[in-house]
Design a protein around this ligand. Structure first.
Ligand SMILES: Nc1nc2c(c(=O)[nH]1)N[C@H]1C(S)=C(S)[C@@H](COP(=O)(O)OP(=O)(O)OC[C@H]3O[C@@H](n4cnc5c(=O)[nH]c(N)nc54)[C@H](O)[C@@H]3O)O[C@H]1N2
Ligand SMILES: Nc1nc2c(c(=O)[nH]1)N[C@H]1C(S)=C(S)[C@@H](COP(=O)(O)OP(=O)(O)OC[C@H]3O[C@@H](n4cnc5c(=O)[nH]c(N)nc54)[C@H](O)[C@@H]3O)O[C@H]1N2
Ligand code: SF4
Ligand SMILES: [Mo]
Length: 752
């Protein structure tokens, strides 16, 4: 089954250092045995760690970290072995299937494409383009197929486009758009050079960094301290990252904007800002100073859940460090104040002179320089809304919280057919328990997924791509957010089966079905064969060659995809470099510190805090706030079918403080009911003083309870925490789901 295009090479031990001037080969054959080792990346999460996959025939014998990888330097997490598990998983779909009653039957690709095309075109003809909805899930971004998914989205011309971004980084994008002129310009945390790392609402020791791709985050965090710097973690839970830090500040869920506004107050009133940097880079300084003038740490403290002295010290220490960076991620995205918080994070970095300088927040200079053109990409904010008019489109998407509603509520513009692409919204998005009904009521649903999941089980047709180890590609997306500039190549480990298709080929097939073509039987084929010539790899080759490091500019010494392909761990393009002036997209080329509507939103928070009514007061009957939690062996909703990922103790638990447990007479391991205004679930309680009193943490992605879906995952299903979150609670700017801070009650399971 091995792809014979992969070259082999003497003895593994002889691998030259990936240093980068000497191109080396990526495949090693071990002398005297049929095994060979292939270097590529694990594409399960954004970290994209370099791995060495040793194969024995058509079996994965071993997966190790690749010490020569220019970004991950040998690090892998336990999930890397799942790359092999996925390849072998008997539950993984190998051919398209069609639903017949409660079962799925294999069908051929031609038949599948023809039927999907016919059914989708019929819906479009009868009800218009927006009657076809599309949901793009997280793994779509982990392969270069995402370009084709975007093309498919464009051909659909639908207003009903949704993705995991609106329960993820939307607030961060929104803040970046208003401050830097493009949603793509989310700055990267220069963790490898900073003197002070302050992590807020992120747990990189487990997640390995996101929108700041930092594989091996644990080592990078330790390194900050080893070189004399400090690490602070601001999080309601004493996380795995907090354990590596000098200090843990247990902020109240949702308390961050108060904390940050008060830090700004201290920075401004104590004249701790780098005014030279502010004058050189920013606009809105006066408005910002006026905003925070009266908001002292003493006023903020009860709302932040952090005492005034600590807030004051955090501000002073941020200003005093040679370089310092606040790094924030989804713990503060998934909040009603998500955008405001990310704006304040970027603002504190900017006013302390830590924007666009080593050790602060920077913009990467990747081989495919998306950032450079980011300012020309339209954001289309408010170009349309959902049918209720309450939610505006942001970069051509509607927020995921309204997806079920747009399928369920009858009337013009209802979604009647759906394409789900590498996503599992039935588990990953808050839909108040209505998603299954919504999916079941569709006229037609096609899922592009390699598994029958809680979502795809409702599909009429499932189109499965080959497994990641059967793909060959060059990632052009995450280098935009990586801590070091790099170009890496993903070698194919196994040749795909003769009739196997990659995601991009499936997307191209759907594009051919949905383009308005005359004489489709002939032209459709023609279009597909043209697309087949435009693989993502070829696109990458052109983009790299014409990019800033490419042969077009630098002649024969320039960078090519081929050079990345011939290296063992990619090509290192050096540390992040200052480039704000080059990429910024605001009219006056200045960072906007005080966008009017952000200031107004912050003003409202400040006024509420002043009147003592900040935050949400607990609704009747609820007294605990629910936040999320990620685990090293879990990845959103879809790795629970691999035995190596689910062994050991139950992980879908409600983490609770001993005082809260005692007050409810709960003991460790006991099953409890967790209720919110929206729904209820049953999980075991896990008692630990790692969590702030008054807070519970439950991971998402569990709840594998549908019959006939996963064979392994069904044995330890867990519960779907998104049943508790209210889809109507969203970030006030971007519309992103606010799933951190939901009010809940936890009670013992009453004997039935
Ligand atoms: N309560 C709560 N909810 C959350 C979060 C949270 O913190 N709390 N986190 C949110 C975040 S950040 C995210 S990103 C979302 C993720 O939300 P989704 O993207 O909707 O869900 P995933 O669990 O990532 O499901 C991915 C699906 O893609 C399939 N798949 C895997 N690889 C491939 C591939 O290469 N090609 C194709 N076609 N399919 C593939 C898998 O089988 C699976 O069905 O969840 C969100 N939901
Ligand atoms: N092992 C593993 N790695 C992953 C994933 C996975 O599922 N498993 N998912 C991947 C994906 S899709 C993403 S988007 C990234 C996410 O990467 P991270 O953002 O690092 O993800 P989390 O671990 O959810 O971290 C969020 C943190 O916010 C904290 N938090 C919750 N509420 C608040 C609050 O009000 N204020 C503050 N300050 N903190 C709060 C939580 O306690 C938690 O520690 O991880 C990626 N990596
Ligand atoms: S952190 Fe783990 S899952 Fe993510 S890319 Fe690295 S090895 Fe894979
Ligand atoms: Mo995510």
């Amino acid at each position: 089954m091995h792809d014979d295009r992969l070259r082999t090479w003497g003895d593994r031990g002889a691998a030259p250092d990936a240093d980068r001037a000497v191109p080396s080969r990526q495949v090693f054959r071990q002398t005297g045995c049929p095994m060979k080792t292939i270097a590529r990346q694990c594409t399960l999460c954004e970290a994209h760690c370099g791995i060495l996959v040793t194969v024995d025939g058509d079996r994965v014998a071993r997966i190790e970290g690749n010490p020569d990888d220019v970004l991950s330097r040998g690090y892998i997490c336990p999930k890397a072995t799942a790359m092999g598990g996925l390849y072998d998983d008997p539950d993984r779909l190998r051919t398209p299937v069609r639903r017949v009653g409660d079962r799925f039957e294999p069908i051929g690709w031609d038949e599948a494409f023809a039927e999907v095309g016919r059914r989708l075109r019929a819906v479009r003809r009868a009800h218009g383009p927006s009657a076809i909805g599309m949901y793009l899930g997280n793994p779509a971004a982990h392969s270069s197929s995402v370009l084709y998914a975007v093309l498919l989205r464009m051909v659909l011309l639908t207003r009903n486009f949704y993705s995991a971004s609106s329960i993820d980084q939307f607030p961060q994008e929104f803040a970046a758009w208003r401050m830097f002129g493009s949603n793509v310009l989310m700055p990267v945390t220069d963790i490898d050079r900073t003197d002070r790392l302050v992590v807020l609402g992120a747990n990189p020791a487990v997640s390995n960094g996101s929108i700041t791709t930092m594989p091996g985050a644990r080592d990078r965090i330790r390194a900050v301290r080893e070189r004399g710097g400090t690490v602070v973690v601001i999080d309601p839970r004493r996380t795995e990252t907090a354990r590596l830090a000098d200090e843990h500040v247990a902020v109240a869920p949702g308390g961050d904007p108060y904390l940050l506004l008060a830090m700004l107050h201290v920075l401004v009133t104590e004249k701790l800002c780098d005014e030279r940097a502010v004058r050189a880079q920013c606009s809105g300084w006066g408005e910002l100073r006026a905003l925070v003038a009266d908001f002292s740490p003493e006023v903020a403290a009860p709302h932040a859940g952090v005492d005034a002295a600590t807030i004051r010290r955090l501000a002073r220490e941020h200003a005093a460090a040679d370089s310092a960076v606040l790094y924030a991620r989804i713990g503060v995205c998934q909040q009603v104040t998500g955008t405001v918080t990310h704006w304040l994070v970027n603002t504190i970095n900017a006013v302390t002179g830590n924007l666009d300088r080593p050790g602060g927040q920077m913009f990467a200079s990747p081989a495919v320089d998306v950032a450079r053109f980011a300012k020309y990409l339209p954001t289309g904010y408010g170009a349309w809304t959902d049918r209720s008019g309450a939610h505006r489109a942001f970069r051509s998407e509607l927020p995921v919280g309204v997806l079920a509603e747009e399928m369920l509520a009858d009337g013009p513009g209802r979604i009647r057919a759906l394409i789900t692409y590498a996503g599992n919204p039935a588990l990953s998005t808050p839909q108040a328990g209505r998603m299954a009904k919504a999916l079941a009521g569709l006229d037609f649903h096609v899922a592009i997924d390699m598994y029958v999941t809680e979502t795809s089980r409702h599909a009429d047709i499932i189109l499965p791509p080959v497994s990641p180890l059967e793909r060959e590609e060059v990632d052009m997306l995450f280098p935009v957010f990586s801590v070091r500039n790099n170009l890496r190549y993903d070698a194919r480990v196994f040749a795909p089966p003769a009739d196997g298709l990659e995601d991009w080929q499936i997307a191209a097939g759907l594009v051919a079905e949905l383009l308005p073509l005359p004489a489709r039987r002939f032209t459709g084929r023609l279009v597909r064969s043209v697309f087949d010539q435009v693989s993502p790899l070829r696109l990458a080759a052109v983009a790299v060659a014409t990019g800033p490091y490419g042969v077009l500019w630098r002649g024969r010494r320039g960078l090519t995809v081929r050079r990345a392909r011939e290296s063992v761990g990619g090509v290192d393009l050096g540390p992040l470099r200052p480039r704000l002036r080059q990429v910024i997209g605001t009219k006056d080329k200045r960072v906007r510190l005080a966008p009017e509507d952000f200031v107004a939103a912050a003003r409202a928070l400040i006024d509420d805090a002043g009147r003592g009514v900040a935050g949400t007061t607990p609704p009747d009957g609820f007294d605990l706030r629910l936040i999320g939690r990620r685990h090293l062996r879990s990845n959103n909703s879809w790795l629970h079918n691999l035995p190596s990922m689910v062994k050991g103790r139950d992980r879908c638990t409600a983490l609770m403080h001993p005082a809260d447990a005692a007050a409810r007479n709960l003991s460790d391991g006991e099953q409890v009911a967790v209720r919110s205004a929206t729904g209820s679930i049953v999980v075991p309680v896990e008692v630990s003083d790692d969590i702030r009193q008054g807070t519970v943490a439950i991971p998402h992605g569990w709840g594998h309870r549908e019959p006939g879906v996963w064979s392994v995952a069904a044995a330890h299903p867990g519960a779907n925490v998104n049943l508790l979150h209210d889809p109507a609670l969203v970030d006030s700017f971007s519309g992103a789901a606010a799933v951190n801070g939901t009010w809940v009650a936890v009670t013992p399971l009453s004997p039935s």
